[in-house]
Write a protein that binds this ligand. Structure first.
Ligand SMILES: Nc1ncnc2c1ncn2[C@@H]1O[C@H](COP(=O)(O)OP(=O)(O)OP(=O)(O)O)[C@@H](O)[C@H]1O
Length: 304
């Protein structure tokens, strides 16, 4: 069963059309990257998943149950981490989780057990200072602990790493990676390297619709540029190679000690290049088949 299924979702604010037939399906236990430029409608979609905003058209199902505006039934499956989580910052993390747990109906034993487990997961176990002295990264980690208190099957994170430094970002990504075996994660972000680091599956939202969807590998294969780059030990070696009978007839670009073959449109051509290296008795420093980055792909599919 899909953790989340969105079909033909549309939403306007007055005459401003934000979503225009968005459809997507998220299989269980995936980390799902939800991408789109500023104002694309990511937060609006998340608020509709949580039942906080009315759907104009279409439907949303969470673990097979339809989401209804103003009802929290399907939210029993969901943990939500907003981009800037708010806390009672005169409390310690333990006190805060105790309060959240009692509001959501956990008994005392469950709260103690779950708080310990989650504070350990997010690296805040044993930290007894008040939240107002916390760094942004610590607050975000506590936000994850809070969002996971009810053992949700789906965690929705709205730009959880955007305000963090590289260390803080890495910590959050590690935590998300750790919970993948039990929790499906929807991860909205602008930081494409984060998506490349942890997401299994990606959707790009543009013009109110899903314009690109697939695993990172599928997207890269779709947009593969077929470029091979070879870095030689010396310019002499490069010159020897580029004047080779077979190679000199190919299309390449030269920069310092690197040759880039731009249109390697078949595996045979790639093997020809390799076998000519062998024939010339050249072992280059680097031979690489260039991968398109998620950033290249993203820029290509979104309208400016
Ligand atoms: N309650 C509202 N009333 C009117 N317009 C709104 C409302 N909420 C959002 N919008 C508009 O809807 C558009 C989509 O906003 P949304 O916050 O969903 O985008 P986003 O993809 O999350 O963007 P960002 O990456 O900047 O957070 C924006 O133009 C925003 O101004």
């Amino acid at each position: 069963m899909d953790a989340l299924k969105i079909e033909n979702l549309s939403k306007s604010f007055g005459s401003h059309n934000i979503l225009n037939g968005l459809s997507l399906a998220i299989p269980e236990k995936t980390i799902f990257g939800f991408l789109g430029k500023n104002g694309a409608g990511k937060t609006t979609t998340m608020k509709m998943i949580l039942g906080f905003l009315k759907i104009d058209e279409g439907s949303i199902e969470v673990f097979g149950e339809k989401v209804k505006y103003g009802q929290t039934n399907t939210n029993r499956f969901i943990g939500y981490l907003p981009d800037v989580p708010e806390f009672y910052d005169y409390m310690t993390p333990k006190e805060y989780l105790k309060l959240c747990g009692s509001i959501t109906g956990l008994n005392n034993d469950e709260i103690v057990k779950k708080s310990k487990e989650l504070l350990e997961l997010v690296g805040l176990n044993g930290i007894d200072k008040r939240i107002h002295g916390f760094s942004r990264g610590m607050k975000q980690r506590l936000g994850i602990a809070q969002a996971l208190l009810n053992s949700p099957k789906l965690l929705i994170c709205d730009e959880p790493t955007s305000a963090l430094d590289p260390v803080g970002r890495k910590e959050i990504l590690e935590i998300i990676r750790k919970i993948k075996s039990t929790t499906t994660v929807v991860f909205s972000t602008h930081i494409l390297s984060d998506v490349e680091a942890i997401c299994d599956h990606v959707v790009v939202l543009d013009g109110g619709k899903n314009v690109l969807e697939g695993s990172i590998d599928e997207l890269k294969n779709m947009k593969r540029t077929n470029e091979i780059e070879i870095r030689f030990k010396s310019i002499d070696e490069l010159n020897k190679f580029k004047n080779n009978n077979v190679i000199s007839k190919m299309n390449f670009k030269e920069e310092e000690s690197t040759l880039s073959f731009l249109e390697v449109d078949s595996e045979k051509k790639a093997f020809d290049i390799l076998s000519e290296l062998h024939n010339e008795n050249i072992l280059p420093i680097e031979f690489s088949v260039k991968e398109p980055t998620l950033e290249n792909i993203f820029m290509e599919v979104i309208k400016s």
